[in-house]
Design a protein around this ligand. Sequence first.
Ligand SMILES: Cc1cc2nc3c(=O)[nH]c(=O)nc-3n(C[C@H](O)[C@H](O)[C@H](O)COP(=O)(O)OP(=O)(O)OC[C@H]3O[C@@H](n4cnc5c(N)ncnc54)[C@H](O)[C@@H]3O)c2cc1C
Ligand code: SF4
Ligand code: SF4
Ligand code: SF4
Length: 357
Amino acid sequence: MSENRIAMVGTPCEIMAASKLQHYTDSPIDVKLGLFCMENFSYKYFENLLKEYDLKMDDIEKFQIDKGFVFLLLKTKETVKIPLSIAKRIIRKNCNICVELTSETSDISIGSIGSSDGWSTLIIRTKKGEEIVNGAIEQEFIESKEFTESQFNLLSKLAGNKINKNLEHIERREFLARPVLYQRDKSDDSILGEITDSNFSDLKSNVIDVGACVLCGACEYVCPYDLITIDDTKPNMKGECPHDCHACFTVCPRTFIPQNLRNDNSKVIGDYINVLSVKSLKHSQGQDGSIVTTLLDYLLTNKIVTEALIVDKQDHLAWKPYAKLTKDIDEVVKSGGTKYSVCPVFKPLRNIKEEVD
Ligand SMILES: Cc1cc2nc3c(=O)[nH]c(=O)nc-3n(C[C@H](O)[C@H](O)[C@H](O)COP(=O)(O)OP(=O)(O)OC[C@H]3O[C@@H](n4cnc5c(N)ncnc54)[C@H](O)[C@@H]3O)c2cc1C
Ligand code: SF4
Ligand code: SF4
Ligand code: SF4
């Protein structure tokens, strides 16, 4: 058993990778804080799109997506609006086949949909998640109020819209190219059969080369022979896979999903214990209600976890995300705010793996 107990933050696809790591390996991830996610963007294409508005990444103080627009809050305090119908062209290809809005396999999911300004929507999924939220309320890290029926209806409607739109996309893609493996309904036994026949070349042909890779980095982290490296756009492999290794194919969130993690898309926000509107009583510089920052503060302060796996921005490249592990609450606070592009979130865990080895 790993001695590290890590709380991670991630989008639904990254949380699925974490859940598969927990299912198939001795994972150091203990608490999963999942974000809502309608779509994500390519950093490079975003830079190019900004040029059309005479802007650079560095001009931007905060990004926000709301009511059909990407809002760019500039350092000059002006606001620029880009219609999502235009921003659509910079959405990562893999997001078009994603049918999950709310990080259904997390312990706690957090987003803004449904809640009023300054408040966040929080979905408690597991007993562990429930204990954390109750503890954070008792210790006055956060306050909560009821999530009303109309708020719930809005969240369900948007989650349903995402599922329906992208199921249509999956149908078109499957007609033209390969099956979208993570949407295949298979028994655990038959998944095991598929896995034992698969290695990196199957990951490449079924996920990476067909625009399904979410660039989470789980394959790179799990490879016992360090054959995989992730550049800015995709995982690459150098070397030869031993015939008995299937680790990368097994944990990838875009290959088959074990039965206990699968949703047949009939429950639009997945299984849950409770949904609340919540607000931080400690922090205010986050994206919405600063709830992710505050829950990580609560978890580290109370030593419920040993470290937090977060996504910060690079100092030399404005808004370019990178993942890091930290015990330092100031670092967690600094990493608040949403970066609308991707990075291999599991990369920092490689150091832990090396320590354990
Ligand atoms: C790509 C993306 C799309 C999103 N789309 C929606 C949406 O459609 N609807 C909605 O309601 N909410 C969406 N969210 C979630 C929303 O933007 C906030 O992250 C969420 O409401 C939590 O806000 P907060 O103030 O509690 O977080 P904060 O306290 O500001 O903490 C944010 C945390 O998010 C992590 N983070 C930031 N960027 C990334 C990233 N790219 N990948 C992984 N982790 C990251 C950081 O580690 C930080 O700890 C999206 C988030 C992302 C990353
Ligand atoms: S695949 Fe895209 S839309 Fe889906 S959770 Fe990941 S980043 Fe968000
Ligand atoms: S050695 Fe295993 S984990 Fe590494 S690339 Fe090959 S199949 Fe994947
Ligand atoms: S191929 Fe690797 S980086 Fe891409 S989604 Fe699968 S595990 Fe993540």
